[in-house]
Write a protein that binds this ligand. Structure first.
Ligand code: NAP
Length: 284
Protein backbone atom coordinates (compact mmCIF):
# COMPACT_ATOMS: atom_id res chain seq x y z
CA UNK A 1 0.00 0.00 0.00
CA UNK A 2 1.27 3.47 -0.86
CA UNK A 3 0.77 5.76 2.13
CA UNK A 4 1.41 9.50 2.08
CA UNK A 5 1.95 11.03 5.53
CA UNK A 6 1.57 14.79 5.97
CA UNK A 7 3.42 16.34 8.91
CA UNK A 8 5.71 13.33 8.66
CA UNK A 9 8.35 14.88 10.95
CA UNK A 10 5.89 15.76 13.75
CA UNK A 11 5.52 13.63 16.86
CA UNK A 12 2.75 11.46 15.37
CA UNK A 13 4.31 11.57 11.88
CA UNK A 14 7.60 10.11 13.16
CA UNK A 15 5.77 7.25 14.88
CA UNK A 16 3.73 6.62 11.71
CA UNK A 17 6.95 6.38 9.71
CA UNK A 18 8.25 3.76 12.13
CA UNK A 19 5.05 1.70 12.38
CA UNK A 20 4.34 1.83 8.62
CA UNK A 21 7.93 1.20 7.53
CA UNK A 22 6.81 -1.96 5.69
CA UNK A 23 4.59 0.09 3.37
CA UNK A 24 5.63 2.30 0.47
CA UNK A 25 5.81 5.70 2.19
CA UNK A 26 5.73 9.22 0.78
CA UNK A 27 6.65 11.85 3.35
CA UNK A 28 5.07 15.31 3.28
CA UNK A 29 7.49 17.51 5.22
CA UNK A 30 7.45 21.30 5.46
CA UNK A 31 8.72 23.37 3.58
CA UNK A 32 8.79 21.02 0.56
CA UNK A 33 5.20 20.12 1.43
CA UNK A 34 3.40 23.24 2.67
CA UNK A 35 -0.29 23.07 3.57
CA UNK A 36 -0.53 26.81 2.92
CA UNK A 37 0.47 26.47 -0.74
CA UNK A 38 -1.54 25.31 -3.74
CA UNK A 39 1.43 23.09 -4.70
CA UNK A 40 0.48 20.77 -1.80
CA UNK A 41 -2.27 19.37 -4.06
CA UNK A 42 0.20 18.63 -6.86
CA UNK A 43 2.53 16.94 -4.35
CA UNK A 44 -0.27 14.54 -3.36
CA UNK A 45 -1.45 13.88 -6.92
CA UNK A 46 2.10 13.19 -8.11
CA UNK A 47 2.62 10.71 -5.25
CA UNK A 48 -0.38 8.59 -6.40
CA UNK A 49 -1.16 7.37 -2.86
CA UNK A 50 -3.70 4.74 -1.85
CA UNK A 51 -4.10 6.43 1.54
CA UNK A 52 -3.22 9.86 2.90
CA UNK A 53 -2.70 10.07 6.66
CA UNK A 54 -3.02 13.77 7.37
CA UNK A 55 -1.05 14.44 10.58
CA UNK A 56 0.28 17.86 9.54
CA UNK A 57 -1.30 20.72 11.45
CA UNK A 58 -0.89 24.01 13.28
CA UNK A 59 -0.80 22.56 16.83
CA UNK A 60 0.16 25.45 19.17
CA UNK A 61 -3.06 25.89 21.17
CA UNK A 62 -1.86 29.02 23.02
CA UNK A 63 -0.33 30.79 20.00
CA UNK A 64 -3.45 30.12 17.92
CA UNK A 65 -5.26 32.69 20.09
CA UNK A 66 -2.88 35.38 18.73
CA UNK A 67 -2.87 34.11 15.13
CA UNK A 68 -6.28 32.48 14.57
CA UNK A 69 -6.17 33.25 10.83
CA UNK A 70 -2.95 31.30 10.40
CA UNK A 71 -4.34 28.37 12.43
CA UNK A 72 -7.47 28.40 10.24
CA UNK A 73 -5.40 28.64 7.04
CA UNK A 74 -3.29 25.60 7.95
CA UNK A 75 -5.91 23.44 9.68
CA UNK A 76 -8.99 24.22 7.58
CA UNK A 77 -7.80 25.50 4.17
CA UNK A 78 -4.75 23.19 4.26
CA UNK A 79 -6.94 20.21 5.12
CA UNK A 80 -9.33 21.12 2.31
CA UNK A 81 -6.36 21.11 -0.09
CA UNK A 82 -5.34 17.67 1.17
CA UNK A 83 -8.93 16.39 0.91
CA UNK A 84 -9.44 17.67 -2.65
CA UNK A 85 -6.20 16.12 -3.86
CA UNK A 86 -6.86 12.84 -2.04
CA UNK A 87 -10.29 12.61 -3.68
CA UNK A 88 -8.82 13.42 -7.11
CA UNK A 89 -6.21 10.69 -6.58
CA UNK A 90 -9.04 8.26 -5.78
CA UNK A 91 -7.41 7.60 -2.39
CA UNK A 92 -8.63 7.31 1.17
CA UNK A 93 -8.09 10.13 3.69
CA UNK A 94 -7.41 9.59 7.37
CA UNK A 95 -7.37 13.06 8.93
CA UNK A 96 -6.23 13.50 12.52
CA UNK A 97 -8.27 15.80 14.73
CA UNK A 98 -8.65 16.70 18.38
CA UNK A 99 -10.70 16.41 21.57
CA UNK A 100 -10.71 20.23 21.62
CA UNK A 101 -13.64 20.22 19.16
CA UNK A 102 -15.76 19.68 22.32
CA UNK A 103 -16.64 22.22 25.01
CA UNK A 104 -16.13 19.81 27.91
CA UNK A 105 -19.54 20.29 29.51
CA UNK A 106 -20.34 16.54 29.52
CA UNK A 107 -19.42 14.32 32.45
CA UNK A 108 -19.40 11.04 30.55
CA UNK A 109 -17.15 10.14 27.62
CA UNK A 110 -17.86 11.97 24.35
CA UNK A 111 -19.25 9.76 21.59
CA UNK A 112 -18.27 10.24 17.94
CA UNK A 113 -21.82 11.49 17.29
CA UNK A 114 -21.90 14.09 20.10
CA UNK A 115 -22.32 17.78 19.25
CA UNK A 116 -19.13 19.78 18.87
CA UNK A 117 -18.58 23.27 20.27
CA UNK A 118 -14.91 24.26 20.38
CA UNK A 119 -13.87 26.86 22.97
CA UNK A 120 -10.60 28.05 21.43
CA UNK A 121 -9.13 29.12 18.07
CA UNK A 122 -7.20 25.87 17.62
CA UNK A 123 -10.34 23.77 18.22
CA UNK A 124 -12.37 25.92 15.81
CA UNK A 125 -9.72 25.55 13.09
CA UNK A 126 -9.55 21.76 13.57
CA UNK A 127 -13.34 21.41 13.50
CA UNK A 128 -13.50 23.41 10.26
CA UNK A 129 -10.78 21.09 8.91
CA UNK A 130 -12.94 18.08 9.81
CA UNK A 131 -15.92 19.57 7.96
CA UNK A 132 -13.88 20.34 4.87
CA UNK A 133 -12.25 16.90 4.82
CA UNK A 134 -15.65 15.19 4.98
CA UNK A 135 -17.11 17.58 2.37
CA UNK A 136 -14.30 17.28 -0.17
CA UNK A 137 -13.21 13.65 0.07
CA UNK A 138 -15.93 10.99 0.13
CA UNK A 139 -13.64 8.30 1.53
CA UNK A 140 -12.59 10.07 4.74
CA UNK A 141 -12.13 8.95 8.31
CA UNK A 142 -11.60 11.69 10.90
CA UNK A 143 -9.62 10.33 13.86
CA UNK A 144 -9.84 12.48 16.99
CA UNK A 145 -7.15 12.00 19.58
CA UNK A 146 -6.07 13.82 22.76
CA UNK A 147 -3.14 14.73 25.03
CA UNK A 148 -0.61 13.28 22.59
CA UNK A 149 3.02 12.66 23.55
CA UNK A 150 5.90 10.87 21.90
CA UNK A 151 9.67 10.74 21.66
CA UNK A 152 9.83 13.40 18.95
CA UNK A 153 8.94 17.04 19.45
CA UNK A 154 7.61 19.03 22.40
CA UNK A 155 4.96 17.62 24.71
CA UNK A 156 3.63 17.65 28.28
CA UNK A 157 5.62 14.60 29.43
CA UNK A 158 8.93 16.11 28.32
CA UNK A 159 8.04 19.46 29.91
CA UNK A 160 7.21 17.82 33.26
CA UNK A 161 10.43 15.76 33.18
CA UNK A 162 12.44 18.95 32.58
CA UNK A 163 10.65 20.97 35.28
CA UNK A 164 10.90 18.11 37.81
CA UNK A 165 14.68 18.32 37.42
CA UNK A 166 14.65 22.08 38.06
CA UNK A 167 12.00 22.72 40.75
CA UNK A 168 11.07 21.24 44.13
CA UNK A 169 7.34 21.73 43.58
CA UNK A 170 5.21 21.73 40.45
CA UNK A 171 1.79 23.36 40.14
CA UNK A 172 -0.35 21.61 37.54
CA UNK A 173 -3.99 22.00 36.49
CA UNK A 174 -6.20 19.58 38.38
CA UNK A 175 -9.64 20.47 37.03
CA UNK A 176 -9.29 19.34 33.42
CA UNK A 177 -9.83 15.65 32.69
CA UNK A 178 -8.84 13.79 29.53
CA UNK A 179 -6.93 10.82 28.17
CA UNK A 180 -3.18 10.88 27.54
CA UNK A 181 -2.31 9.15 24.27
CA UNK A 182 1.07 7.62 23.40
CA UNK A 183 1.89 8.63 19.80
CA UNK A 184 3.32 5.16 19.09
CA UNK A 185 0.11 3.51 20.28
CA UNK A 186 -1.95 5.87 18.12
CA UNK A 187 0.28 5.11 15.11
CA UNK A 188 -0.18 1.36 15.72
CA UNK A 189 -3.95 1.83 15.95
CA UNK A 190 -3.91 3.84 12.70
CA UNK A 191 -1.93 1.07 11.00
CA UNK A 192 -4.76 -1.29 11.93
CA UNK A 193 -7.34 1.23 10.71
CA UNK A 194 -5.71 0.94 7.27
CA UNK A 195 -7.01 -2.64 7.18
CA UNK A 196 -10.62 -1.49 7.72
CA UNK A 197 -13.00 0.47 5.53
CA UNK A 198 -14.13 2.80 8.32
CA UNK A 199 -15.44 6.20 7.25
CA UNK A 200 -16.84 9.18 9.14
CA UNK A 201 -15.52 9.94 12.63
CA UNK A 202 -13.64 7.75 15.10
CA UNK A 203 -12.10 8.55 18.48
CA UNK A 204 -8.65 7.13 19.30
CA UNK A 205 -7.15 7.88 22.70
CA UNK A 206 -5.34 6.03 25.45
CA UNK A 207 -7.77 4.05 27.61
CA UNK A 208 -9.12 5.50 30.88
CA UNK A 209 -8.58 9.10 32.00
CA UNK A 210 -6.96 11.46 34.48
CA UNK A 211 -6.37 15.15 35.18
CA UNK A 212 -3.21 16.94 34.06
CA UNK A 213 -2.10 16.94 37.72
CA UNK A 214 -2.61 13.16 37.99
CA UNK A 215 -0.76 12.72 34.70
CA UNK A 216 2.14 14.87 35.96
CA UNK A 217 2.24 12.96 39.29
CA UNK A 218 2.52 9.67 37.40
CA UNK A 219 5.34 11.05 35.19
CA UNK A 220 7.27 12.29 38.23
CA UNK A 221 6.77 9.01 40.13
CA UNK A 222 7.78 6.82 37.18
CA UNK A 223 10.89 8.94 36.63
CA UNK A 224 11.85 8.60 40.31
CA UNK A 225 11.69 12.30 41.24
CA UNK A 226 10.57 13.26 44.75
CA UNK A 227 8.83 16.45 43.66
CA UNK A 228 5.45 17.65 45.00
CA UNK A 229 2.86 18.04 42.24
CA UNK A 230 0.16 20.38 43.56
CA UNK A 231 -3.20 20.78 41.77
CA UNK A 232 -4.18 24.28 40.67
CA UNK A 233 -7.33 25.49 38.93
CA UNK A 234 -7.57 26.38 35.25
CA UNK A 235 -8.03 30.02 36.34
CA UNK A 236 -4.79 29.96 38.34
CA UNK A 237 -2.89 28.67 35.27
CA UNK A 238 -3.56 31.97 33.39
CA UNK A 239 -3.58 30.45 29.89
CA UNK A 240 -4.62 32.48 26.84
CA UNK A 241 -6.70 29.69 25.31
CA UNK A 242 -9.89 28.49 27.00
CA UNK A 243 -9.65 24.77 27.76
CA UNK A 244 -12.56 22.33 28.02
CA UNK A 245 -12.75 20.84 31.55
CA UNK A 246 -13.66 17.33 30.38
CA UNK A 247 -12.69 15.75 27.05
CA UNK A 248 -12.64 12.03 27.72
CA UNK A 249 -13.54 10.36 24.41
CA UNK A 250 -15.46 7.08 24.04
CA UNK A 251 -13.53 5.12 21.42
CA UNK A 252 -16.66 3.27 20.35
CA UNK A 253 -16.09 3.08 16.58
CA UNK A 254 -12.57 1.65 16.90
CA UNK A 255 -13.61 -0.74 19.69
CA UNK A 256 -16.27 -2.19 17.37
CA UNK A 257 -13.48 -2.86 14.87
CA UNK A 258 -11.48 -4.59 17.62
CA UNK A 259 -8.96 -1.74 17.97
CA UNK A 260 -8.31 -0.63 21.57
CA UNK A 261 -5.41 1.53 22.73
CA UNK A 262 -3.64 0.55 25.99
CA UNK A 263 -4.43 2.15 29.37
CA UNK A 264 -2.75 5.57 29.60
CA UNK A 265 -0.70 4.61 32.68
CA UNK A 266 0.66 1.43 31.11
CA UNK A 267 1.53 3.40 27.97
CA UNK A 268 3.27 6.08 30.04
CA UNK A 269 5.35 3.47 31.91
CA UNK A 270 6.40 2.01 28.54
CA UNK A 271 7.20 5.50 27.26
CA UNK A 272 9.45 6.19 30.25
CA UNK A 273 11.40 3.03 29.34
CA UNK A 274 11.60 4.30 25.76
CA UNK A 275 12.97 7.63 26.99
CA UNK A 276 15.59 5.85 29.12
CA UNK A 277 16.54 3.56 26.23
CA UNK A 278 16.33 6.33 23.63
CA UNK A 279 14.22 4.07 21.40
CA UNK A 280 10.69 2.66 21.35
CA UNK A 281 10.33 -0.30 23.74
CA UNK A 282 8.50 -3.51 22.85
CA UNK A 283 4.72 -3.14 23.02
CA UNK A 284 3.20 -5.07 25.95
N1 NAP B 1 -0.29 17.17 20.31
C1 NAP B 1 -1.46 16.92 20.87
O1 NAP B 1 -1.61 16.90 22.10
C2 NAP B 1 -2.65 16.64 20.00
C3 NAP B 1 -3.89 16.42 20.61
C4 NAP B 1 -5.01 16.15 19.82
C5 NAP B 1 -4.87 16.11 18.45
N2 NAP B 1 -3.68 16.37 17.87
C6 NAP B 1 -3.60 16.33 16.40
O2 NAP B 1 -2.74 15.25 16.06
C7 NAP B 1 -2.05 15.55 14.84
C8 NAP B 1 -0.56 15.34 15.03
O3 NAP B 1 -0.13 16.20 16.08
P1 NAP B 1 1.38 16.22 16.58
O4 NAP B 1 1.34 16.31 18.06
O5 NAP B 1 2.17 15.17 15.89
O6 NAP B 1 1.80 17.66 16.03
P2 NAP B 1 3.24 18.23 15.67
O7 NAP B 1 4.31 17.45 16.34
O8 NAP B 1 3.15 19.70 15.89
O9 NAP B 1 3.33 17.90 14.13
C9 NAP B 1 2.61 18.65 13.19
C10 NAP B 1 3.39 18.63 11.92
O10 NAP B 1 2.74 19.48 10.98
C11 NAP B 1 3.74 20.29 10.37
N3 NAP B 1 3.22 21.53 9.85
C12 NAP B 1 2.90 22.67 10.51
N4 NAP B 1 2.51 23.62 9.63
C13 NAP B 1 2.60 23.07 8.39
C14 NAP B 1 2.37 23.55 7.10
N5 NAP B 1 1.97 24.80 6.85
N6 NAP B 1 2.56 22.72 6.05
C15 NAP B 1 2.99 21.45 6.25
N7 NAP B 1 3.24 20.93 7.46
C16 NAP B 1 3.05 21.74 8.52
C17 NAP B 1 4.74 20.53 11.46
O11 NAP B 1 5.96 20.95 10.89
P3 NAP B 1 6.95 21.88 11.77
O12 NAP B 1 7.33 21.06 12.96
O13 NAP B 1 8.05 22.16 10.82
O14 NAP B 1 6.13 23.07 12.17
C18 NAP B 1 4.82 19.14 12.08
O15 NAP B 1 5.69 18.30 11.35
C19 NAP B 1 -2.46 16.98 14.47
O16 NAP B 1 -3.53 16.92 13.57
C20 NAP B 1 -2.95 17.56 15.79
O17 NAP B 1 -3.88 18.59 15.56
C21 NAP B 1 -2.56 16.62 18.62
Amino acid sequence: MRVLITGADGQLGCELQRVLSGQSLVLGIWPEFDLLKAEAERFILDARPDVVVHAGAYTDVEKAEQEPDLAMAVNAEGTERVARATAKAGARLIAISTDYVFDGQKRSPYEETDCTNPLNAYGRSKLEGERRALAHCPNTLIVRTSWLYGLHGKNFVKTILRLAGEQSELRVVGDQRGSPTHAGDLASALARVLGTDLRGVAHATGSSDCTWQEFASAIVALAGFSVMVRPITTEEAHRAALRPPYTVLANRVLAKAGIVLPHWHEALARFMNEVRAGAPAERV
